[in-house]
Design a protein around this ligand. Structure first.
Ligand code: BDR
Ligand code: CA
Length: 314
């Protein structure tokens, strides 16, 4: 049986890069219809190139990579070179990829792909600011019934923000886009910092990845060693949180996760708390339950899965 059809929207980023590799390593479960890129961790010119570099590393240069929006809907772009390095994937030896960038705009590709699908057919996996996904919904609302589920990395509740005191990076970069997506009416599963801060790449896990012995494992180890240094210093933790691959792991092994159906709203007015995800975890309002808020991961199971899958790559 063919895998579940997914559209990936990302801003690589080392953790987005590992997310792409994990998806590419799982063709039995996942059919990647295309990869759209957005401005986020680094500007669009770099995120689209980085996505293509990862396709080549994963041995899948035939995948289609598109460039989407170069800036958020309303606010100016915030990038995160202090975390990811100047290239977005520091730790990787950059070269000019051979596989082409698709000429179509990423938002139009999302719309075209969704419109051509049956209702409830396609899972959308955003791991960057939600600009492209929101733009597609606004430009062509007929895409909405085609979406089976949105499985996104973003937001925080108990953990607090990582980019402002109350906001997580992906939501803060484009809170207006996040507002559109969280209000879209389709099923949403959210993997925020409360969850991803449990998925730490400890030195032993990093060695396990490098120890696979293939090129993908070596490169991932190098990228994560660069990426981890920032959060280890910031949080005093044993390793860096591997945010974005948790989305794909959820699609592959939902049994590794625990969540609760709750209301989630995005703050788009107050400057101090701009981009905060307001999670009604205890049901103290009568606002509709619009999201499956994941809050617990079996982190050992997640890293076992990651190592097992990366071992399938070149
Ligand atoms: C998110 O922001 C980016 O830095 C990462 O790629 C991840 O998607 C974590 O807050
Ligand atoms: Ca990301």
């Amino acid at each position: 049986m063919a895998g579940k059809p997914i559209l990936i929207d990302c801003d690589p980023g080392q953790d987005d890069a590992v997310m792409l590799l994990l998806a590419m390593a799982s063709p039995e479960e996942l059919d990647i219809l295309g990869i759209t890129t957005v401005a986020g961790n680094v500007p669009l010119a770099l995120t689209q190139r980085n996505a293509r570099l990862m396709c080549e590393l994963g041995g899948q240069p035939g995948l289609k990579v598109f460039a989407g929006c170069a800036r958020p809907l309303v606010r100016g772009l915030i990038t995160a070179e202090e975390v990811h390095g100047r290239t977005g994937i520091d730790g990787f030896e950059i070269y000019e990829p051979t596989m082409p960038l698709q000429p179509q705009h990423g938002v139009d590709f999302i719309i075209e792909t969704l419109l051509a699908a049956d209702d409830d057919a396609i899972t959308v996996v955003p791991t960057g600011p939600l600009t492209n996904v929101a733009m597609a919904m606004v430009k062509e609302p007929k895409v909405l019934p085609k979406i089976r589920e949105i499985v996104l990395m973003g937001g925080a509740m108990r953990e607090g923000g990582n980019t402002s005191p109350s906001a997580e990076f992906n939501i803060l970069v484009d809170p207006h886009a996040a507002h559109v997506v969280f209000r879209c009416g389709r099923p949403i599963t959210v993997l925020g910092l409360d969850l991803t801060h449990q998925a730490l790449t400890t030195p032993q896990r990093s060695r396990d990845i490098g120890g696979i012995g293939n090129k993908a494992g070596t490169v991932v180890q190098r990228m994560l060693e660069f990426y981890n240094r920032h959060d280890i210093e910031k949080y005093g933790s044993e390793g860096g949180p591997l945010h974005d691959p948790c989305t794909i792991a959820y699609l592959l092994r939902p049994d590794l996760f625990r969540g609760k159906h709750v209301n989630v709203e995005v703050e788009i007015q107050a400057e101090l708390t701009m981009g905060a995800t307001v999670v009604d975890f205890w049901g103290v309002t009568d606002r509709p339950r619009n999201a499956n808020w994941l809050h617990k991961i079996d982190d050992a199971g997640f890293y076992d899965l990651l190592v097992e899958r990366l071992a399938r790559l070149p």
